[in-house]
Design a binder for this molecule. Structure first.
Ligand SMILES: *[C@@H]1O[C@H](CO)[C@@H](O)[C@H](O)[C@H]1NC(C)=O
Ligand SMILES: *[C@@H]1O[C@H](CO)[C@@H](O)[C@H](O)[C@H]1NC(C)=O
Ligand SMILES: *[C@@H]1O[C@H](CO)[C@@H](O)[C@H](O)[C@H]1NC(C)=O
Length: 923
């Protein structure tokens, strides 16, 4: 099994628990924190209640910051301060925005309170509370749990930010047909907090309680004075005694769940359309290969399949769909192993080719599926998005679904969503991560087993129905239809009965389920008080979701009408949807804030840092833009990446070699067989450039492949420019390191701490990845969208670039927006994240270092001294005349990344040694 698959994924949230925590602790006290989640017939209503006391003698700004699942709608937010209630109000987005910008233009700060992560989104606000007063925050959100791969999953994230005396998470689940199984997973269930969980279970109901003691919250693995953090996942499935499903009726509304499983698998005709454009290079293409190899193994013997690779050209594996026989699969795998990234992106031609292939192979009793995987915008062939959409729509003609998988954050996700939506499919984002292959495979599994096609659900006695026709029904999923009961009259027991009939096509026959009726339910199960109309809310929630999807594919008046309908429902049920915002009202004198539902695919917005107002303690966390312990230490080393076309020699001089050992750990498919291109001898000889020997530089995988296979399409490799302060001189030196190198940045032989970085390849700038090995047991990996903490014996933890602090006995990791600080003893390392030309780049710097320590690595270098020469293009460094040119470049080692001037010299003069002495074979 590949290792990426073995990585356990945990989502940990990030509250405001940065360096300000000691102040926080003494200032406010969360004395009670409850999360109460009630699931009734898949509809989950969750309330987070946090009670906080200001123990301070002055008024204090108290934060409330929680994470909720992306799939949920916030429906209520209330603050109670000193008996006074402040309710959030859901308004039309534009209207809320107008109010919000009014506050902004008055010069008052009013912040956005949402950001989006992989599965969760943020809700964050704060309020000023007078001395020795209390505030209660209460947030409610609702969601319809969707069945995937045979299960429902309720995700609860908790990180109160400090140990809490009265901490309770209570979940109750009620499913009328019976609960088949229920288990609790997530990081909180796997840590030593697991014994704080109790689970009880009857036929139809289950309860999960999580009551960690204050002591446990402080002493659990990875916990501390900030308390614990993590997820609980309640995973379950329901009994399905009848294959026609279950209709539940209540309060004038009904919902029908239909998920038959005892049907034969329908052979499928699947075409995978795989982007192999240059942007896919490196990890993405490796993960794609790896996922495809596994997906091929899962094809059924009667399935037919096709593979199309595309960049600016279309390369089908075979012109026709072939049956998934062992021989064909083996050949296809060979083909998949040969996939390499190359040119630009012609989505239009590729999808149309896929459609043609499927159409040429048309057979009764089979289900056709088209799966497109891409990581970028169309850049060749037809590039106008609307034209691609209409071409594809016409070609497919609603005959089969198109699923669009967007790899990473450079894709226009809305475009994919719309194209999928128009062709009865869905779009899914694949996060660039070590588990991307797993995500790809996971998606495929959801659509791997079609059981029914052309499903039509007909109801009598009902109105305001949600979607009733479905192209395909897959094993492990569920069809949900909700609606309003006609002529519902509460006084009159002769309510019209709903009767449903389902017509669909199974593998070899038409199937029909008729006369399906609601099972009468007299007793309402325990629902959250105030939510007795949950079935009506469920209907509204599903209707809004479907209208929002539909709206994507419409234009003009139709679009406006659908939008209006979704907006009205959102307002009526006070759902914070993409069309609405919640205005968080606050006590007089404080500004309202506006909570928006972040868009899928939106990069997390920058939340401005707010400074404390004089006389009032500021919000927790140090101000980021001020008060850095000076960068101006004696050994200050600046690093900068520069513009294209530097005067130094670049990769042309080197042969790139990649020993298998240098592959990063996520690399799944060793069987790809990379060539060894080094002229300098056998494997193991790397980085040992002795006197007179040819220096051997290690490039990343993809560079190796690119530079050997398709040299002509290769973009110019931009080097990355480093700055280095010089003693007694105003202008620093700078030097270039060729793209794609793995460099040794810092090493402390005494403590064992070391930091290595992967310089961006191709047109990237800065670093793609920086790894800090605090010691043999603690490793921190910084990547543009994620920070990963690996500690021996513990689960791997991923963080977003958002406020979080994690302490271990050997270091403190503080994450702030666009800044990661690792402190170990008196050594403080900061990794900045910058945005440049739409890309994120990393830049490490040493903020504070112990005196009297000699470090190795590029950033550990002693200061160089130089003298300027009479001539303007020469410097004298250590008695040597060195050619230099004055250039300007951006200094990424400073948060503001200013443009500075520097003397550009060859690496060996700046480092006083060969570059090979400063590279590593493995991060
Ligand atoms: C409380 O506020 C006053 C002024 O408003 C200030 O002088 C005092 O230092 C503050 N006390 C604390 C503990 O911050
Ligand atoms: C569908 O899934 C169920 C388990 O969820 C399994 O028992 C059944 O065999 C599957 N059907 C097919 C056709 O694979
Ligand atoms: C959670 O909600 C249920 C149903 O409204 C209620 O009975 C229970 O007391 C609540 N628990 C907490 C901790 O608020």
């Amino acid at each position: 099994m590949d290792r990426a698959v073995a990585v356990l994924f945990i989502f940990v949230s990030f509250l405001h628990t940065t360096a300000g925590q000691s102040q926080t602790k003494s200032n406010w006290d969360i004395y009670s924190f409850h999360i109460n989640s009630t699931v009734t017939s898949r509809y989950a209503i969750t309330v987070i209640t946090s009670r906080v006391a200001n123990r301070h003698d002055n008024s204090t700004e108290i934060d409330f910051h929680v994470k909720i699942p992306k799939t949920a709608f916030i429906s209520k937010f209330r603050m109670t301060i000193d008996g006074q209630i402040y309710d959030g109000v859901v308004k039309q987005k534009e209207e809320a925005k107008r109010q919000y910008s009014a506050a902004v233009s008055r010069g008052q700060s009013a912040g956005l309170v949402s950001a989006v992560g992989r599965t969760l989104e943020d809700f964050k606000t704060s309020v000023t509370v007078a001395a020795h007063k209390k505030v209660t925050f209460e947030l409610t959100y609702e969601e319809l749990l969707q069945r995937r791969l045979g299960k429902y999953e309720l995700l609860i994230n908790a990180q109160p930010g400090q140990p809490v005396k009265d901490l309770k998470i209570e979940v109750s689940v009620y499913e009328k047909p019976g609960i088949n199984y229920l288990k609790v997973e997530g990081s909180l269930a796997s840590k030593d907090l697991a014994n704080a969980i109790t689970k009880t279970h009857s036929d139809k109901e289950a309860w999960v309680n999580f009551y960690p003691t204050q002591q446990q919250q402080m002493t659990c693995e990875g916990c501390g004075e900030n308390g614990f953090s993590g997820d609980l996942k309640i995973i379950y499935d329901v009994e399905r005694p009848q294959s026609q499903g279950e209709i539940l009726e209540y309060g004038g509304f009904f919902v029908h769940y239909f998920a038959p499983s005892g049907l034969p698998r329908i052979p499928k005709n699947v075409v995978f359309i795989i982007d192999q454009s240059g942007s896919m290079h490196g990890k993405k293409i490796r993960q794609t290969r790896s996922a495809l190899l596994k997906i091929l193994e899962d094809l059924g013997e009667n399935d037919h399949f096709g593979l199309i690779l595309f960049d600016d050209r279309i390369s089908p594996w075979k012109r026709e769909l072939l049956r998934a026989t062992q021989q064909n699969l083996d050949n296809a795998k060979e083909f998949v192993r040969s996939i390499r990234d190359r040119g630009s992106t012609d989505i239009n031609a590729a999808v149309l080719e896929g459609v043609e292939m499927i159409k040429r192979y048309h057979k009764e009793g089979s289900a056709s599926v088209l799966i497109l995987l891409t990581d970028g915008d169309p850049t060749s062939g037809v590039t106008q998005l609307s034209r691609i959409q209409s071409n594809v729509r016409e070609a497919i003609g609603k005959n089969f679904p198109l699923y669009c998988l967007g790899f990473g954050f450079d894709v226009n996700f809305e475009f994919l969503q719309k194209m999928a939506q128009e062709n009865s499919g869905v779009a899914r984002r694949i996060y660039e991560d070590s588990d991307a292959a797993l995500q790809l495979k996971g998606f495929y599994e959801e659509v791997a087993i079609p059981l029914l096609t052309s499903v039509e659900m007909n109801y009598t006695g009902a109105t305001n129905l949600t979607q009733t026709t479905f192209n395909l029904y897959y094993n492990g999923s569920e069809i949900v239809v909700a609606g309003k009961i006609l002529n519902n009259n509460i006084d009159d027991f002769s309510t019209e009965e709903i009767i449903c009939e389902i017509i669909a096509t199974s593998r070899d026959s038409k199937v029909k389920y008729s006369d399906i009726k609601a099972t009468k339910d007299d007793k309402l199960p325990a629902v959250m008080s105030g939510y007795e109309n949950f079935l009506q809310r469920l209907w509204a929630c599903l209707t809004v979701k479907q209208l929002l999807e539909k709206e994507l594919t419409l234009t003009g008046e139709e679009k406006e009408a659908v939008k209006k309908e979704a907006l009205d429902l959102s307002l009526k049920y006070s759902f914070v949807t993409p069309l609405t915002s919640m205005v968080v009202t606050k006590p007089e004198g404080e500004d309202s804030q506006v909570a928006n539902k972040p868009k899928e695919g939106e990069k997390p917005p920058q939340i401005p840092v707010r400074m404390g107002i004089p006389g009032q303690p500021g919000p927790p966390g140090p101000p980021l833009s001020a008060g850095h312990p000076g960068l101006g230490g004696h050994f200050r080393t600046h690093m900068v990446s520069g513009p294209v076309g530097s005067s130094l020699q670049m990769s042309g001089d080197y042969d790139f070699a990649l020993p298998a050992a240098a592959a990063d750990y996520e690399d799944e498919d060793e069987d790809v067989g990379y060539a060894m291109l080094s002229p300098s001898g056998p494997r193991g000889d790397f980085g040992m450039a002795g006197p007179g020997r040819h220096p051997v530089i290690h490039a990343t995988h993809s560079s190796t492949l690119e530079s050997t296979e398709t040299p002509t399409t290769r973009p110019a490799r931009t080097p990355v420019r480093f700055l280095m302060a010089a003693e007694g001189q105003s202008l620093p030196l700078c030097f270039d390191i060729p793209a794609g190198h793995l460099v040794k940045l810092l090493q402390d032989p005494a403590s064992g701490l070391s930091m290595n970085g992967e310089v961006a390849s191709d047109e990237g700038q800065g670093f793609k990845k920086v790894i800090i090995h605090v010691n043999a047991d603690v490793h921190i990996e910084c990547e543009p969208y994620e920070i990963t903490l690996k500690m021996k014996g513990l689960d791997i933890v991923h963080f977003l670039w958002r406020q979080h602090t994690q302490k271990t006995s050997s270091m403190i990791l503080s994450i702030r927006d666009d800044e990661v600080e690792v402190s170990s003893g008196s050594l403080h390392i900061v990794v900045f994240r910058h945005q440049k030309d739409g890309d994120r780049l990393l830049w490490p710097t040493v903020r504070q270092r112990p005196s009297n320590t000699v470090f190795e690595g590029i950033m550990g270098k002693q200061l160089v001294t130089y003298e300027e020469h009479q001539s303007t293009s020469k410097l004298r460094i250590k008695d040597e005349e060195v050619s230099a040119s004055k250039v300007s470049t951006q200094d990424f080692s400073v948060k503001t990344a200013p443009i500075v001037s520097c003397w550009l010299v060859e690496v060996k003069f700046a480092l006083q040694g060969e570059l090979a002495d400063h590279t590593v074979s493995k991060l």
